[in-house]
Write a protein that binds this ligand. Structure first.
Ligand SMILES: C[S@@+](CC[C@H](N)C(=O)[O-])C[C@H]1O[C@@H](n2cnc3c(N)ncnc32)[C@H](O)[C@@H]1O
Length: 293
């Protein structure tokens, strides 16, 4: 099993856009290893955090990494889209800011037992093991049209139809159960079209989004956020592909027009060349921030 510690992305920018009240209560919706939360708890000794992550391994790792701050952080293993009921059950009326660092962590992506990678011997991809369908279930059971839709909508994959067709043909011979098997099918269906990225990148991204309902989760939390903020509270969202960023951009603009948000980032903010150099995984990050009016 490979294990690489996740490096928190755009940490100074997150700090600058998010923290408006040094002794406030903030929500980290995507705790992961606790990189962003740990930085903020260390820098602001009177800050408190309510943190969410639905992945058991991430919760364990973060609790371990943040042990010395355990009187200032509450960790909940829950889908962040359920934030409304969680803050209610904790008698919290409003929070001073909220961070969402979308996508999967390096630990999830690089752990071959989790099935996110081309080399995985399994095709799981669930960030939360309590989710009912994994990637293998979708690949072996959905019809050709539904598979093609997933690759097209969630991966923007131009060859979605021939890939879906070949998957359906191949699975009649044997179930598709490994990353290697799926990669070879995609490569065969694309007839080795040249590309800078691995030919199966978009298909893997699409499956991950479908398995975890990633876009739906973002849409749902965005609807709830304005109601748990007070005037001056901030929201910072880091996204890693255009589908996520588009949803965030549209929501922030609409709430700006209807008088709920002030846009703190008129244009999307990207990591510095220096950060991308040090942490190449940060290169696709896009940060947007707003303040509740
Ligand atoms: C990019 S990582 C966060 C890394 C973290 N900011 C750090 O610096 O260590 C994203 C995390 O969000 C979690 N996550 C993704 N979608 C989620 C959801 N809907 N509810 C709760 N956690 C989620 C994943 O399990 C993963 O651990």
């Amino acid at each position: 099993m490979l294990y690489t510690k996740h490096v928190p992305v755009m940490i100074n920018e997150v700090d600058n856009y998010l923290i408006n009240k040094r002794n406030g209560l903030y929500v980290d919706c995507t705790l992961g290893d606790g990189g962003h939360s740990g930085y903020l708890l260390n820098k602001y000794p009177h800050l408190n955090i309510l943190a969410f992550d639905w992945d058991e391994d991430s919760v364990k790792a973060a609790k371990n990494n943040l042990e010395k701050y355990n009187n200032r952080i509450t960790v909940v293993r829950e889908n962040y889209k359920n934030i409304g009921s969680v803050v209610k059950s904790l008698n919290i009326n409003y929070v001073d800011g909220l961070l969402i660092d979308l996508g999967a962590s390096s630990n999830q992506l690089e752990n071959t037992d989790r099935g996110f990678s081309f080399k995985s011997s399994v095709l799981d991809m669930r960030m939360d093991a309590r989710l009912s369908n994994d990637a293998k279930d979708l690949l072996n059971n959905l019809d050709e049209e539904r598979l093609s839709d997933i690759f097209y909508k969630f991966g923007e994959e131009r060859f979605s139809r021939p890939i879906a067709r070949l998957i359906v043909q191949e699975r009649q011979k044997q179930d598709i159960v490994s990353g290697n098997q799926l990669s070879s099918i995609v490569i065969k269906a694309k007839k080795n079209k040249n590309s800078k990225i691995h030919p199966a990148t978009k298909v893997f991204q699409a499956l991950r989004i479908a398995v975890n309902g990633e876009l739906r989760n973002i849409e749902e939390i965005l609807k709830i956020i304005p109601d748990i903020l007070t005037s001056g509270s901030r929201v910072v969202i880091l996204s890693y592909h255009s589908l996520e960023d588009r949803i965030v951009k549209v929501d922030f603009r609409e709430n700006h027009k209807n008088g709920k948000y002030k846009l703190l980032t008129k244009k999307v903010v990207c990591p510095s060349a220096e950060e991308v150099d040090k942490n190449p995984k940060s290169r696709s990050a896009k940060l947007r921030a707003v303040e509740r009016l």
